[in-house]
Every structure is written in structure tokens, then in C-alpha cells.
Design a protein around this ligand. Structure first.
Ligand code: ZN
Length: 455
């Protein structure tokens, strides 16, 4: 009877104070269950998307996002809230027009690509040269595009994982540079989207050398251009009036400090900046909400994890400045970063987790599969190959990464477009993400696992 009473006491203690009385697996399960009913993540996304709205790096709205992040992290009880400035080149969209001038006159729906050059004030006109992939464009000989406007018209496959995006994104990112090298005066790319709606989806264009004007075209317009060009010469006129300027961006972070090994850091996060169209709700308001909420749930436990959990909110992901800035500023502590992971793939169903090499077989993480099973999240035996772009430079320095894999089937219907708005966020799916993150983070942060030793 005494034993039964003692067990009952322990059981009630587990419910009231999970971290004090429970095993790591029980605490992880309690965090999981609490996350499923926690309104915080959706409140954060709603606040960021609607009160701050679109927030490209270098804009006044990005400074408001910085202040928003500091206020939220402080309000939620995070320790060591920090703002780290770094220098970037901002890119601001101006007037944008595109039309077919021959063989018919017709307006085109476009969005300029971030980082691309403006056209001369009066615009630019040229004959279209159509390619169907980035590889086809790069196979074109030097000088073959002189005076032309290159177009890549390649549809994006709809896939649950990142394969669809990987198959086409190089065209948007590097097509303009390659077209310019071959003499093109401008570059157009079919929007990197799984949707066929008549809207354009922006994104960054990267150049190592000379820049040319570049824009994404709505899918129906890209198909029309390609179909017309198959029958004869098609001319297009473009006006892209963008501006670049030196600017400051900020990384904002806060911590749940570790109780025993505070110098060992489990770093997670999302990016605060967004494109200028839409509200930055799915990219990446949800990543901000998921990482802050998962860490906050752990911070609310009556005891702290052994290691520190740091939430890092990056300030310039879209134009790809954050990765180098953060890695440079934190190179000294990179060897003490246990693992890093960025939430930057929307918040539809999280279906799998890929751990660093050897992690799935590690004794400390054996409870993970059972804790995640009710969420329908698989723990993969194949190691994580990447996490978000913002941790990529630290990963190159040897910091282990986790890849939380969300279902991307719908994500690219809205990504980088005016459709990236709050209504696309499903609160229940968002919380399923938070639940998986919180449980996984707890098991790692409260353990002594050393992923580097497993390699
Ligand atoms: Zn993003």
C-alpha cells in the first residue's frame, strides 16, 4: 500500500512538475502534449505578420521587426536577449512593367528579382530566347544571347520534400548571371512555384560579376511567351526600377540558459526578414513562431535543461547575408554548438526528422521515436544533410545540424508572393510542428550527447 501510494504521488508529480519527477522521455511527451494546445506560436505569427507585415532587410519595417523580436523575447522570459547588427546591401523594388511588343501587344505579370540591376529609365527591349532549364541555358555558347532577353520556362514539380524546389531554384538564383555572361540584356524566369495562378513569385538573383535586370514571370505568361517564341520572334519590353543601398540588418537572439552546461548551445531559429510582397507569414513568420514557442515551453518547466537553448532570429535570409554574418560573429563558440536547426519551410505537417550522423542510433535519443510517433513524425536513420540557409556557414565549419522536414506540397503555391499571408497558416499544423521541436530539443538539451563523437 505504501508503494502504491508512493507511485501515485510520483505519477501526480509527473503531471504537475514533469521536469522534476519524470524521465527525459516523460518530460518530452509532456512538452509535446502541452504544445498541441499552446496558442503562443499562432499568436506570434499573427502579431508579426499583421502588425509588422512585410519586412525586407534594410527597410524601416525590418527595424520594427527587430524591436518586435526584442519585446517578445523579453516578455516571454528569455535570458541574454541580444541584438547583433551587421552590414548588408539592401535592394528595394521600384516601378515594374513588362509587355510583349511583338507579334502582339500584351501586358505581362512580373516581379523583379532581388539583387538584380535596374533597367535604364526608359526600359529595355529585346527578342526572347527561350530555355527550358538552367542546364540548357548554361549550354548556350558565349555571345549567343547578345542583345536578347533570356527566359527559362521550366515548371516546378510538386513534391513533399525539397526536391521540387531544388530542381528549378538554380534557374532563378543563377540564371541571370549566366544569361548576362552570354550577352543577354535581361533575364526572365518562370516563377519558382507549384501554382499556375497568374501571379509572380519573387526571390533573390545572385551575381558574382556584372549584374543585369531580372524578373520572375507569372506561370501562364511564361508559357505564353514560350509558345509564341516557338512560332517566331517575340519581343518584350521591360521596366525594372530597383535601388540598392548600404544598410544595417540585425540578428536578435534569446536563451533558455542551461542548468549544468550553459556553454553548450543548442541553437534553433527562423528568419525575421521577408520579401516585400505578402506578409511574410509562411516565410518565415511560422519559423519565428515555432522556434520561440518550442523554447518558451521548455523555459516554462520548473527546471532548466542541462544545456542552453538559444533562439536565433536572423535578419537577412532572403538576400543571403545572415549565414556569413552569424557564422563570423560566432566562430569562437561554434565548437560548443551541440546542434543547430532553422525552421524555414512553412508549418504544414512535420513528417520526419533527420538527425546528425549516428544520432538516430544514439542511446540518449532512443525515446525520441516513441515520443514523436503520436505526431506521425518519423525519425530517419539517414543523417541530416542541411538545415535552413542561415545556419549553412556554421554547418560548413562542422556544426551538426537537424533537418525538421515539413510537407512542402502546398508551400510553394504561396512562397515569395503576395499570397504569403496569415490565412495560409493552419494553427493545428503549426502546433504539431512546435510539439515535435519542443520534444526533440528537450531530449538533446537535457542530455550529454555529442554528435561530433558519433561521426
Ligand atoms: Zn525563408
Amino acid at each position: 500500500m505504501i508503494r502504491a501510494a508512493a507511485l501515485a504521488l510520483i505519477a501526480s508529480a509527473v503531471l504537475i512538475m514533469p521536469a522534476l519527477a519524470a524521465t527525459p522521455a516523460e518530460t518530452a511527451a509532456a512538452l509535446r502534449d502541452k504544445a498541441l494546445h499552446d496558442p503562443l506560436a499562432h499568436e506570434l505569427v499573427t502579431s508579426l505578420a499583421s502588425e509588422v507585415g512585410a519586412r525586407p532587410a534594410g527597410s524601416a519595417a525590418a527595424a520594427r521587426a527587430r524591436d518586435w523580436a526584442v519585446a517578445q523575447l523579453t516578455r516571454l522570459g528569455f535570458r541574454n536577449v541580444r541584438v547583433e547588427p551587421f552590414e548588408i546591401t539592401s535592394w528595394t523594388r521600384g516601378r515594374e512593367e513588362a509587355e510583349i511588343t511583338a507579334p502582339e501587344r500584351r501586358r505581362l505579370t512580373i516581379l523583379g528579382l532581388g539583387g538584380a540591376a535596374p533597367t535604364p529609365p526608359g526600359g529595355i527591349e529585346g527578342e526572347i530566347a527561350v530555355f527550358h532549364s538552367f542546364a540548357e541555358l548554361t549550354a548556350a555558347p558565349a555571345g549567343s544571347l547578345t542583345g536578347k532577353i533570356a527566359l527559362i520556362d521550366q515548371a516546378m514539380p510538386r513534391t513533399r520534400d525539397a526536391a521540387g524546389y531544388s530542381a528549378v531554384s538554380r534557374g532563378r538564383m543563377r540564371g541571370a548571371q549566366e544569361a548576362g555572361k552570354r550577352g543577354a540584356v535581361a533575364f526572365l524566369v518562370r516563377s519558382t512555384t507549384t501554382s499556375s495562378d497568374p501571379i509572380a513569385h519573387t526571390g533573390a538573383a545572385h551575381f558574382d560579376g556584372a549584374r543585369i535586370p531580372a524578373a520572375a514571370v507569372a506561370p501562364p505568361d511564361a508559357e505564353r511567351l514560350a509558345a509564341l517564341a516557338a512560332q517566331g520572334a517575340v519581343r518584350v519590353r521591360l521596366v525594372l526600377d530597383s535601388a540598392e543601398a548600404p544598410a544595417t540588418a540585425w540578428t536578435v537572439s534569446g536563451e533558455v540558459t542551461g542548468a549544468e552546461r550553459p556553454d553548450e548551445i543548442v541553437a534553433i531559429g527562423g528568419h525575421l526578414d521577408s520579401w516585400d510582397v505578402g506578409q511574410g507569414a509562411i516565410d518565415d513568420g511560422v519559423g519565428v513562431g515555432i522556434s520561440m514557442s518550442a523554447a518558451h515551453l521548455i523555459g516554462q518547466l520548473p527546471i532548466r535543461p542541462r544545456r542552453t537553448i538559444r533562439v536565433v532570429l536572423f535578419g537577412a535570409e532572403e538576400m543571403d547575408f545572415s549565414r556569413k554574418a552569424y557564422a563570423a560573429a560566432h566562430a569562437a563558440e561554434a565548437p560548443r554548438m551541440v546542434v543547430v536547426s532553422e525552421a524555414d519551410a512553412g508549418s504544414d505537417h512535420l513528417y520526419a526528422i533527420a538527425l546528425p550522423r549516428g544520432g538516430a542510433a544514439a542511446p540518449q535519443l532512443q525515446p525520441l521515436a516513441a515520443v514523436l510517433e503520436p505526431l506521425k513524425v518519423a525519425v530517419l536513420t539517414d543523417p541530416a544533410r542541411e538545415t535552413g540557409a542561415d545556419f549553412a556557414s556554421l554547418q560548413q565549419q562542422g556544426v551538426p545540424v537537424i533537418d525538421f522536414k515539413t510537407d512542402l506540397s502546398r508551400y510553394f503555391d504561396w512562397h515569395h508572393s503576395a499570397l504569403d499571408t496569415l490565412d495560409k497558416v493552419d494553427p493545428a499544423a503549426l502546433n504539431q510542428n512546435v510539439a515535435a521541436w519542443a520534444a526533440t530539443l528537450w531530449l538533446i538539451a537535457d542530455s550529454d550527447i555529442d554528435f561530433r563523437a558519433l561521426r
